[in-house]
Design a protein around this ligand. Structure first.
Ligand code: GRG
Length: 289
């Protein structure tokens, strides 16, 4: 699993470096590159490749789509660290982008990474027909905006220090984290044009995203800053609405184990072809153990 993840991370970074090099040499390229590279685990790209394997999608196309996802993900992390959001000075083991440069630079570098994602998906180097490219751009826009990452972040900030129901916390986490995973799960289905599978993979994606967010919250609860490259034990201080704050630590682990088994059941119809995806899901859960 780790070897496959490392290869995908390496190939994605090669693509991104080459892509940024082909751009005009503007002043913003430096903070954009700082926030984007060498980047994190590339778990979203791994899921794209895993599902691409089920539907036999061309690997290089998946790397290019994953690169677009990583740009949006990096953008969300840069903005998430800003003083008006989570106010973090450390990200991926180094100073967060606004601490290294300035707040306005971080906002603009983040915005530019968002628009570069659309460029990458509509670029001629992506060997897909235009109809599919438009569908991918449309879906990634929906997953990033008010009904996706941005909307989830809005709720997350509004929910601080309030008593929020489990249903609303899950809805918030599915938007904030799950929607980008849904995109990764649905993109290969869009490419194969197997429309009857779209809903199934949308739900599998949001459930994987929820599992991922739970693992992230468990790491924050019990984790170590040096190991994860960012500050931990913040959620409790900020009064964040999480599954841990509602269910407690042990019940949150039980919830995540049950959710994992439920996803695995839905993947069983794909037999051995879903093995890589199952390994990735196990890796996501094992991160907090
Ligand atoms: C509209 C894209 C966009 C952003 C503006 C700030 C914001 C709204 C949203 C924040 C979303 C956010 C930071 C969600 C948390 C998701 C999460 C658990 C991130 C950590 O992901 P990892 O562990 O990070 O994959 P690495 O560093 O490995 O890439």
């Amino acid at each position: 699993m780790k070897e496959k993840l490392n290869k995908i991370a390496k190939d994605t970074n090669i693509f991104l470096k080459k892509y940024l090099k082909s751009q005009k040499k503007t002043d913003l390229i430096i903070p954009m590159t700082y926030g984007l590279l060498p980047g994190g685990k590339k778990i979203r790209s791994k899921i794209l490749v895993d599902i691409g394997k089920i539907f036999r999608i061309n690997y290089q196309n998946l790397i290019q789509i994953g690169a677009a996802v990583e740009c949006i993900h990096a953008y969300s992390l840069i903005h998430d660290d800003l003083p008006c959001m989570d106010n973090d000075s450390l990200r991926r083991g180094k100073l967060s982008t606004h601490r290294k440069f300035s707040e306005s630079t971080a906002i603009l570098a983040g915005n530019s990474l968002l628009t570069i994602a659309f460029e990458i998906l509509s670029n001629h180097s992506l060997r897909l027909n235009n109809k599919i490219k438009i569908s991918l751009v449309k879906l990634i826009s929906e997953c990033s905006g008010h009904s996706g990452i941005a909307g989830g972040q809005y709720s997350d900030l509004r929910f601080e220090k309030k008593k929020i129901s489990l249903k609303r916390v899950i809805e918030m986490q599915v938007k904030k984290t799950g929607k980008l995973f849904s995109f990764c799960c649905m993109a290969p289905v869009i490419i194969t044009n197997k429309k009857n599978y779209l809903k199934k993979f949308d739900k599998i994606g949001s459930d994987i995203g929820l599992l991922f967010q739970i693992a992230d919250d468990l790491i924050d609860y019990s984790g170590n800053t040096q190991k994860v490259g960012k500050k931990t034990k913040k959620d409790l201080k900020k009064g964040k609405a999480t599954l841990i704050s509602l269910l407690g630590y042990k019940n949150t682990i039980k919830y995540s184990d049950k959710l994992k088994l439920d996803i695995f059941k839905r993947l069983n119809i794909f037999g051995k072809k879903a093995e890589d995806l199952k390994n990735t899901i196990n890796y996501i859960i094992a991160r907090n153990k």
